[in-house]
Design a protein around this ligand. Sequence first.
Ligand code: HEM
Length: 170
Amino acid sequence: MTLNVALIAESFDRAKKENGGLRTLGLRFYERLFEKYPSVRHLFTAPPEEQHKKLMASVGAIVASVTNPEVMLPYLRAMGIRHIAYKTENGHYGAVAENLVAVLDEHLSKEGEWTDEMKANWEEALQIISEVMIDAAAHPEQYETELTAAGYQADGFKSNNAKPWELVIS
Ligand code: HEM
């Protein structure tokens, strides 16, 4: 399927405004993730209050850079490589994607519509994101030049304590 990028961006914009915004969505994401997939809980050590802001910042960054692959790809690859340190397994990506789609459904159904088309597009986008992250984590050496050029270290982090989940598009 061809990704309907505008529909994804539009629904994420709605998520910011509706039902308590990204804070509600982000906190619900972790609440549901740990309920439904208790085996991943031990991987998360940062408090949910910090966690949800980082996750939502990264989803926002992905949505903002989606038409700009030369920015988005190194961003996603660096994120995939950072997840090696978080002990993420490839099999967890399906759970995270299922969970994000489910909480988006809950969130956007409160004040408006959540359609099958939105669901299909978010699923497809998350599939692509997961594939790029998993591939980079499997072959980090292959992407070293690209990541260095984009300002990331070999471990996917940035120097000077810069927050790698925040994306500044210049
Ligand atoms: C769509 C895919 C994913 C996205 C966009 C995403 C995003 C993020 C972001 C932005 C961070 C903050 C730290 C950083 O940027 O390095 C993070 C941390 C983390 N992620 Fe993910 N992630 C994804 C998939 C997963 C999966 C599949 C798992 C496995 C359960 C996972 C587990 C973790 C853990 C354990 C941390 C560190 C938490 C801590 O510091 O306590 N992530 N993720």
